[in-house]
Structure formats: structure tokens, C-alpha cells
Design a binder for this molecule. Structure first.
Ligand SMILES: Cc1cc2nc3c(=O)[nH]c(=O)nc-3n(C[C@H](O)[C@H](O)[C@H](O)COP(=O)(O)OP(=O)(O)OC[C@H]3O[C@@H](n4cnc5c(N)ncnc54)[C@H](O)[C@@H]3O)c2cc1C
Ligand code: FES
Length: 283
């Protein structure tokens, strides 16, 4: 009987549709509608750019990228913007409360392919969250890459995520960090304007650059085109896509984007694969 029960538990654990239960260890408010949750309850292994399906029990499930350091498997970090029922319930969770978790899923950032290249990491708003694990890895293995440039755009200075970390990174001599905001009042001394304006000023060699972009689709389209016009190969411009998800394992078709499933084939895609699709509003 005990053997049967063990087998049942093992089968459930292996089922990618069954969430495991973990606990909130820490909750940090980043900006007004965004919180970062640290989750404990096992060892967490993931590749930068992958996502988990998080369950707020009694409310529902949403796809959320991992935003923490891949070198720290003891705590799983997710950064969540409260936009609807599920994300609001997840963002409300307090230390000690349970959370459901399936994953990690998807194809992440091409860090192996980036070796030997200049790397441009470009984020708009919450797009910095899925890119942060890639930055941790790039900096941990700094000697493997050429120049590393982080370009970041936010709506206003108050909307800048991970401020302390950005400040610390800005102080490094082996990383170029530039930020811009759409609107600024008061004591902001930095750039004002769209994130594409930062590209021309950044120091990287387009012919040997790999770019990783995450943010609103329209921003990624403009940035990808600007990088391509400068000479960055379309195959080396990588974008992380968001689509509504249900199963997250290629079964339901909910996340279909033209001929691809974002959950299974992405969420990170080379621009060469998406160029014809991302321009179409109805997809
Ligand atoms: C691969 C992947 C990774 C993701 N990573 C993250 C992440 O790290 N952090 C995070 O907060 N979200 C992330 N998302 C987005 C998240 O899954 C959605 O926001 C999700 O739909 C939220 O569920 P909900 O029930 O709260 O809102 P819904 O009921 O689905 O949406 C409520 C309203 O908010 C709008 N909305 C949905 N998503 C967004 C958005 N991202 N920004 C602004 N408005 C939106 C909808 O159009 C709708 O009007 C990711 C999505 C994918 C596919
Ligand atoms: S979410 Fe079901 S196929 Fe992608």
C-alpha cells in the first residue's frame, strides 16, 4: 500500500500539469504595481529566460519569468506586475503563504551562442525582469564575452525597476549601463526619450554583436529594426515574447503565434524567425 502511495506521489510529481506547492519566503515591493517574490521549497534549477506557471490557489495560474540569479538554486525569484485577477493575487501573497509552481518551461536566452560576442541587453519596463538572470550569468562569466551593454527604458524615474542593482552595475568598468525615461520631472538628470535613442550612442561592434530584447512588442520591433539597420544580424537579435498561456507544454495551442507555440518553441526567438509575424497586429 505504501509502495502504491509512493508511486502515486512520484507520478503526480512527474506530471508537468500538476503544480507543486512551495512557500513565499520574502516579498519586496519594487515599484507601485510590481513586487518581487522569493519562493522556497526545494532546489530550483532554471536557464535564464525560462518561466514558471505560478498558481494563486483559488484564483488561477499565470506565466511568470524567473528574475533571479541562476547560480542561487535555493530561492526562486519572480517579479510580478499586478494587472489582472491572477497577477494581483500572486502579488498580494505574504511570507509563509503557499504558492503553486509548475516549470521551468521554455527556451531561454542564447548565452552559449553569445560567447565571444559583444552583447547588447535591451529592456523596456518589466522586460528587465526576464533579462536579469541573463545579466547575472553574463557578469558571472564576464571573461567569455566582449563588450556588454545594458540599455533600459522606463515610463518615468519612479518606474525604474531594480534601482539599487542598476546603480551598482553602473559603477562597473566592464559593463556599460544607460537608462532613459519617457517623462521626467524634478531631479532626474538622465536621458529622456525612447529607448531606441540610446542605441546609437552605445559602444558595441554590430558585426560581432548578439542582442537580447524584452519589453512591449512595439518597442522590440523598433529596436530590432534599428539594430539590424546598424548591421546586427537578424539571427543574433533575440526577443522574448508573451502570449496567454494555459498548459505551457505545447498541448493546448493557447499561446500559438503564427506557426510557433510560444511556450514550447520560445519564449525567446531570433528576430529572423519572427520578423514577418511581429508586425501583424492580429497575431
Ligand atoms: C513567457 C511569459 C513570461 C511572463 N513573465 C512575466 C513576468 O515575469 N512578470 C509579470 O508580471 N508578467 C509576466 N507575464 C505576463 C503574465 O503572464 C500576464 O500578465 C498574465 O496574463 C497575468 O494574468 P492575470 O489573470 O493577472 O491578468 P489577465 O486577466 O490575463 O489580464 C488582465 C488585463 O491586463 C492586461 N495585461 C495582461 N498582461 C499584461 C502585461 N504584461 N502588461 C500590461 N497589461 C497586461 C490584459 O490585456 C487584460 O486587460 C509573462 C507572460 C508570458 C507568456
Ligand atoms: S500554452 Fe498550451 S500550447 Fe502553449
Amino acid at each position: 500500500m505504501a509502495l502504491m502511495a509512493d508511486a502515486f506521489v512520484a507520478a503526480r510529481a512527474a506530471d508537468p500539469m500538476v503544480p507543486r506547492v512551495a512557500r513565499i519566503a520574502e516579498r519586496k515591493r519594487e515599484i507601485e504595481d510590481v513586487v518581487t517574490l522569493a519562493i522556497e521549497g526545494g532546489a530550483f534549477d532554471f536557464a535564464p529566460g525560462q518561466f514558471n506557471m505560478l498558481t494563486a490557489f483559488g484564483v488561477g495560474e499565470a506565466a511568470i519569468s524567473v528574475s533571479g540569479d541562476p547560480a542561487n538554486g535555493a530561492r526562486l525569484i519572480h517579479t510580478i506586475r499586478a494587472v489582472g485577477a491572477v497577477s494581483r493575487a500572486l502579488a498580494e501573497l505574504r511570507p509563509g503563504e503557499p504558492i503553486g509552481l509548475r516549470g521551468p518551461f521554455g527556451r531561454g536566452w542564447p548565452l552559449l551562442e553569445a560567447e565571444g560576442h559583444d552583447v547588447v541587453v535591451l529592456a523596456g519596463g518589466l522586460g528587465l525582469a526576464p533579462l536579469r538572470p541573463a545579466l547575472y550569468r553574463l557578469l558571472a562569466e564576464r571573461e567569455k564575452y566582449g563588450r556588454i551593454v545594458l540599455l533600459f527604458g522606463a515610463r518615468s524615474p519612479q518606474d525604474i525597476l531594480f534601482r539599487d542593482e542598476l546603480e551598482a552595475w553602473r559603477g562597473r568598468l566592464d559593463l556599460e549601463v544607460e537608462a532613459t525615461v519617457d517623462h521626467a520631472r524634478g531631479d532626474w538628470r538622465g536621458n529622456v526619450g525612447v529607448v531606441t535613442t540610446l542605441i546609437a550612442r552605445a559602444s558595441f561592434d554590430p558585426a560581432r554583436t548578439l542582442a537580447m530584447l524584452c519589453g512591449p512588442e512595439i518597442m522590440m520591433r523598433f529596436v530590432a529594426n534599428a539594430l539590424h539597420d546598424m548591421g546586427v544580424a537578424e539571427e543574433r537579435i533575440h526577443l522574448s515574447m508573451e502570449r496567454n498561456m494555459k498548459c505551457a507544454i505545447g498541448w493546448c495551442g493557447h499561446c500559438q503565434f503564427g506557426p510557433v507555440f510560444v511556450c514550447r518553441d520560445g519564449p525567446v526567438f531570433p528576430y529572423s524567425q519572427l520578423r514577418g509575424l511581429i508586425a501583424k497586429k492580429e497575431i
